[in-house]
Design a protein around this ligand. Structure first.
Ligand code: 16G
Length: 240
């Protein structure tokens, strides 16, 4: 498995070997890796080399190190294509995961000038402020705060937003969600985000802002989301 005569660095060979074991299912999420010492003895390489391979794999999200417990195979990341304008509920169902929401805030507020600007409504106009933890098979994936004009999307209730917002807008109100622009940037979890997402304070997250429009161009939602960077990656197709 490890070829000492190869010009490819030893740590990299080991890294690729472990990746292969993860990708072909011989190592499953949650499995403990043998200690560094065992790898070092088995392949006759230094523990430093093994550590370097592990560190790379931790940085790439394949492994997790738990203080005092050892190194474990990480959960697989959800790969989210960015071409389609889909809802969280649709995304989870298309992957065979069970979508869920934990509602932590639901209120009609007067739009601040920033929210009014995003939704193209009058300042102080009535806006639903909805904060939900989005779950996949019961595991928190993202924390989402939606702002929606109450004059446009009428009759929202806590029961409705515990299900799919897009299904209500399209299915019940017959409004056509058509396009969105989305900005993604990296950040780290604050204490309250960490509590809600069940991750450590300071863990990497992705901040996503989505502005969604109806077919006639009317803004239908302004959303700020915090996605777990250890569970999500985004994919975009490009063409020259
Ligand atoms: C996604 C959207 C969010 C939308 C929600 C509707 C991103 C970054 N955000 O989470 O803007 O409000 O889906 O989901 O993708 P729902 O229909 O399941 O409530």
């Amino acid at each position: 498995m490890i070829n000492k005569n190869s010009p490819i660095p030893l740590y990299y060979q080991l890294e690729e070997h472990i990746k292969e074991l993860i990708e072909n299912g011989e190592l499953m999420p949650g499995d403990a890796l043998p200690p560094e010492r065992e790898y070092a003895e088995k392949y006759q390489i230094s523990r430093m080399t093994v550590r370097q391979a592990f560190t790379q794999l931790v940085n790439e999200g394949y492994l997790n190190r738990l203080q005092g417990k050892g190194t474990f195979v990480a959960e697989r990341k959800i790969e989210q294509p960015l071409q389609g304008l889909t809802s969280f509920t649709e995304d989870m169902i298309s992957r065979g995961l069970s979508p869920g929401s934990q509602l932590i805030h639901f209120e009609i507020i007067p739009a601040t000038s920033q929210i009014a600007g995003q939704l193209k409504i009058q300042e102080y106009g009535p806006v639903y402020e909805i904060k939900r933890i989005r779950l996949a098979d019961g595991v928190p994936m993202a924390l989402e705060t939606n702002y929606i004009s109450a004059n446009l999307v009428k009759g929202l209730t806590e029961e409705i937003v515990n299900q799919s917002l897009y299904a209500y807008i399209e299915g019940q109100l017959n409004l056509r969600i058509d396009s969105a622009s989305q900005v993604i940037e990296s950040s780290i979890a604050s204490q309250s985000e960490a509590n809600n997402l069940n991750i450590a304070k300071g863990a990497p997250v992705m901040l996503i802002q989505r502005n969604t429009h109806l077919q006639n161009g009317t803004p239908v939602e302004f959303v700020k989301s915090v996605y777990r960077a250890d569970r999500y990656k985004f994919k975009i197709q490009m063409k020259r």
